[in-house]
Design a protein around this ligand. Structure first.
Ligand SMILES: *Cc1c(COP(=O)(O)O)cnc(C)c1O
Length: 361
């Protein structure tokens, strides 16, 4: 069976975990600190706060920036639901704009059309590991005095002009969930050049406390554990190799699948880290049938995401009749194929031939 994703661990992670278990310090401590320090060095930002998930990272990033009741946050509907939920947790309203067909990312040209006096921030997602147009987005944010939050939960190591994403906006959020380009099993990180903002997040993740049992704020338990951070430290060292392998695999699939009439292949833009390799099926194809037939032949696939966020139950009420054509069309037509680092050329040949057969070509 070829799975859509698989965690990549070896003796190094095993050794790291054993070390922590035997050290007697498994909860948040020195390994978390070391992980935070290594991550900012890798990213080229100044400060970071490790958290229990990417969702927690987005949530606290919004809170620490002052996103609150009555505010509006402009964002993409073509993402994992956590990116919009982050604004909702703070009492704000996500305002959705459509995506660009080529990049699957929020279309910067649509942002200014939805800015109101209540707009507080733009929450950008670098979907599938493809950097969003940060230069344009930051320009708009500056002009209208808006904060920029980057959801880089799928884009560890992606870059624009050599500068890594997550470090472009006011604050960047990462996830280290098991299927991401690097993992701590569960985990997340907020990064920023703003020291005060990170100190605020450090307090919020720990029940609003900077001094033990003195609580200055209503906080949460969003801490990461040393056990997880130890895995993250090993994975971070492997990240560039993982990303290289993913891109090679994606490039190989693009070559093997070139010329097929009923699918469109993804462009592997500069600086992209290829978290997902998503093809677009044309109207003649039934995606569920293609997936079933591939699964029967031993190839797992994924759909990211089948329902755009503005059409999810929780969001329908506040967005009656909202129609975002590109997102809605893409959600019906995208199909992700396996490109994870453990795959061999033989596996990729198998993916390509099984897909071709399932497409009837
Ligand atoms: C994974 C992911 C998240 C949430 O991260 P968790 O660690 O699962 O909470 C948020 N946004 C995007 C785009 C993601 O892919």
């Amino acid at each position: 069976m070829i799975n859509i994703s698989e965690p990549c661990f070896d003796e190094l992670e095993e050794k790291a975990i054993l070390e922590v278990l035997r050290s007697g310090h498994v909860a948040s401590g020195p390994k978390v600190k070391e992980f935070e320090e290594e991550f900012v060095l890798y990213l080229g930002v100044k400060f970071s706060s490790a958290l229990s998930s990417g969702t927690a990272a987005l949530h606290l990033a919004c809170l620490a920036l002052g996103v609150g009741e009555g505010d509006e946050v402009i964002t993409t509907p073509f993402s994992f639901i956590a990116s919009s939920n982050a604004a909702v947790y703070c009492g704000a309203k996500p305002v959705f704009v459509d995506i660009e067909e080529k990049s699957f990312n929020l279309d910067p040209d649509l942002i200014e059309g939805v800015i109101t006096p209540r707009t507080k921030a733009i929450l950008v997602v670098h979907l599938y590991g493809r950097p969003a147009d940060m230069k344009k987005i930051l320009g708009i944010a500056k002009k209208h005095d808006l904060k920029v939050i980057e959801d880089a939960c799928q884009a560890h190591g992606a870059s624009i002009d050599g500068k890594k994403v997550g470090g472009w906006g006011d604050v960047g959020s990462f996830s280290f969930y098991a299927t991401k380009n690097m993992t701590t099993v569960e985990g997340g990180m907020v990064v920023s050049d703003d020291k005060e903002l990170i100190e605020k997040i450090n307090s919020l993740r720990n029940h609003g406390s900077r001094v033990r049992y003195v609580h200055e704020d209503l906080g949460f338990n969003f801490r990461l554990a040393d056990l997880n951070a130890a895995i993250g430290l090993v994975q971070l060292k492997k990240l560039d190799d993982f990303n290289k392998k993913r891109r090679q695999n994606a490039t190989y699939l693009n070559k093997q699948l070139r010329g097929l009439e009923n699918i469109f292949l993804p462009t592997l833009s500069e600086g992209m880290v290829v978290h997902q390799y998503s093809v677009i099926l044309d109207e003649t194809l039934d995606r569920e049938k293609v997936r079933e037939s591939m699964l029967e032949a031993g190839v797992g696939t994924g759909v990211f995401y089948p329902i755009p966020i503005h059409k999810q139950k929780r969001y329908l009420e506040s967005n009656p009749g909202l129609s975002l054509k590109v997102s809605e069309r893409m959600s019906k037509k995208v199909l992700s194929l396996p490109i994870h680092p453990k795959l061999s050329t033989k596996d990729l040949d198998q993916v390509a031939s099984v897909l071709k057969r399932s497409l009837g070509s």
